[in-house]
Write a protein that binds this ligand. Sequence first.
Ligand SMILES: C[S@@+](CC[C@H](N)C(=O)[O-])C[C@H]1O[C@@H](n2cnc3c(N)ncnc32)[C@H](O)[C@@H]1O
Length: 350
Amino acid sequence: MSAKHKKIKVLDLFSGCGGLSFGFESVGFEIVAGIDNWDDALKTFQENHKNAKAFNLDLGNPDINKIKKDIGSVDVVVGGPPCQGFSISGNRDLNDPRNSLYKGFVKIVKAFNPKVFVLENVPNLVSIGEGKIKSEIIKDFEKLGYEVKYKVLLASDYGVPQNRKRVIFVGVKEKNNFVFPETLFSNNKDKVTTADAISDLPDKDLEDGTLLVKKPLSKYQKNMRAINSKIYNHKITSHDQKTIDIISLVPDGGNYKDLPEKYKNSRKVNIAWTRFNSTKPSPTIDTGHRHHFHYKYNRVPTVRESARLQSFPDGFIFLGSKTSQYKQVGNAVPPLLAEAIGKNILKLFN
Ligand SMILES: C[S@@+](CC[C@H](N)C(=O)[O-])C[C@H]1O[C@@H](n2cnc3c(N)ncnc32)[C@H](O)[C@@H]1O
């Protein structure tokens, strides 16, 4: 392989099942390794990134020398460290054990010294403490010689049928010429809807590996099926009769506010009894809390339906228990959002 065609190597920290990796791989990066401390997610990661290594390690206390020895050099480090230790007031005590994961990310970037790093996280990281946390993060990486840019991106602007927001920090050694991707679908009426995403999936269990005979009903469904028209992870959750009776009272796109008084406060969360709106992208997919229901059927979405809403193609198979699969899907960076970011990172290497 000529130097021109040499793939850019990526290390994924806190990789989970590999949503971020999958998007990067799809646009031409080589995923060298994923590190996480969750076995099920790593099995899924390995299943869908056959050429990468998967390491089960505690990134709160990384043995940097061993990691470097096992992985070698990389060009890009990506990852979304859980940041529970950053308080609403903007104070952050780096000795707080809950900050050890963020510190682990910084230590690994320092040790690998990649040209680029990408740090993904929940959007309120930018606003908490009037932006103090965000500025501290930027400073930490500036000390390592990176120029850092950040932006909150909305997944549905990039073809994902979901209004999920994530903040993305991109650091480049010395001069940062990275440009955040332009929105592809900024007009609400052009966005991919939940119906575009899942209307071809039936209201019944499918044995893993079932071939979908029904033709795709949208361009999005066609794309999701491109690699594999066999369906996995489509097991219907059966609810108790009371749940079915209550959710059947909520219309397409409605929520607890549409319920009669006696049920309105039956669940004490503001996202309770939400039915997806078939004509809009879905709200942020959760990790299996059972508050979001199918726009048409009286049940929560299956793992495969949730995966479609996260833009995982049907060929991406989730392993582990059903509960674990929901969590893996809900935790992930939507691959199409990762693709959009990855495409512009690739330009930094040309
Ligand atoms: C938000 S998820 C990452 C999702 C992933 N980027 C994707 O796109 O699929 C965060 C991950 O951090 C992992 N994690 C939490 N604590 C960890 C630790 N101490 N060491 C390694 N990984 C950890 C979790 O298991 C979880 O998979």
